[in-house]
Write a protein that binds this ligand. Structure first.
Ligand code: KIV
Length: 260
């Protein structure tokens, strides 16, 4: 099983695999087959049918993280800190401590670069491991006026590089780079000593993360270009469900094999 130290030591080695999970059932399937499981606040969209992640609460994240920890006992688990739960140092420490006390997660994830470095430093200096997250940050969708690909001009590239350095210097063990032009994500990866985990940021990061319901075809309301569909989950479930419903309606199920 990976630890915070072994992840830190994975820089420039075999790419790290991270996937999201939100419940024990799927966490159990993913257990030991990936390096890290992220209980992402993306659950607010894929599992809670909200249009963005902003209304996810800390209680929700703790509930789902507990379930994931119960299912995946041999995988390093990271809990996303939801919007509005780490706006100042005291609040961040109180809320991240709740995650450590109430769940078995090994780390929390925080969106933001230089402006959030003091928060990351407060947590890491109080023995809470932090995964950073820069680039396209879903918790900024309303204030930024949408989801915007990052790293398109010189000023933004400079900002991203300084954000990555600030997160590293604050003590984060790992850094998610989301929605950043591939060549820029490569440059960021080369500029920091901690492993980077890309999403929609090309192949040259130290690992990749995908939201499981996107990767396995269960969430098809929109499909970002960076998502590869490894499985047609929705279609397969719909077909199986139709078979079940047809068999119930025609009394083909249950048969003698299924009764006591
Ligand atoms: O919430 C989430 O699932 C995430 C990943 C997309 C990195 O933050």
């Amino acid at each position: 099983m990976q630890t915070i130290t072994s992840i830190k030591n994975s820089k420039s080695k075999t790419p790290l695999v991270m996937i999201t999970a939100y419940d024990a059932l799927f966490a159990k399937i993913f257990d030991k087959k990936v390096d890290m499981i992220l209980v992402g606040d993306s659950l607010n969209m894929s599992f809670n049918a909200k249009s963005d992640t902003l209304s996810a609460s800390l209680d929700m994240m703790i509930y789902h993280t507990k379930a994931v920890c119960a299912g995946a006992k041999d995988t390093l688990i990271v809990c996303d800190m939801p919007f509005g739960t780490y706006t100042d140092e005291n609040m961040a420490l109180k809320n991240a401590s709740r995650v450590y006390k109430e769940t078995a997660a090994s780390a929390v994830k925080i969106e933001g670069g230089s402006k959030r470095a003091h928060i990351i430093e407060t947590l890491t200096s109080n023995s809470i491991a932090v995964m950073g997250h820069i680039g396209l940050m879903p918790q900024f969708v309303r204030s930024d006026g949408g989801y915007k690909i990052r790293g398109k001009d010189k000023a933004d590239i400079k900002k991203l590089l300084s954000d990555a350095k600030a997160v590293e210097n604050a003590g984060a063990f790992c850094l998610v780079i989301e929605g950043v032009k591939a060549d820029v994500a490569k440059e960021i990866t080369q500029s920091v000593s901690i492993p980077t985990i890309g999403i929609g940021s090309g192949v040259d990061t130290d690992g990749q993360v995908l939201v499981w319901s996107d990767a396995f075809g269960f969430f098809d309301e929109f499909q970002p270009k960076f998502v590869k569909k490894y499985f047609d989950g929705k279609k397969l479930i719909e077909n199986a469900l139709k078979n079940y419903a047809d068999e119930v309606r025609t009394r083909a199920f249950p048969t003698d094999k299924h009764i006591y």
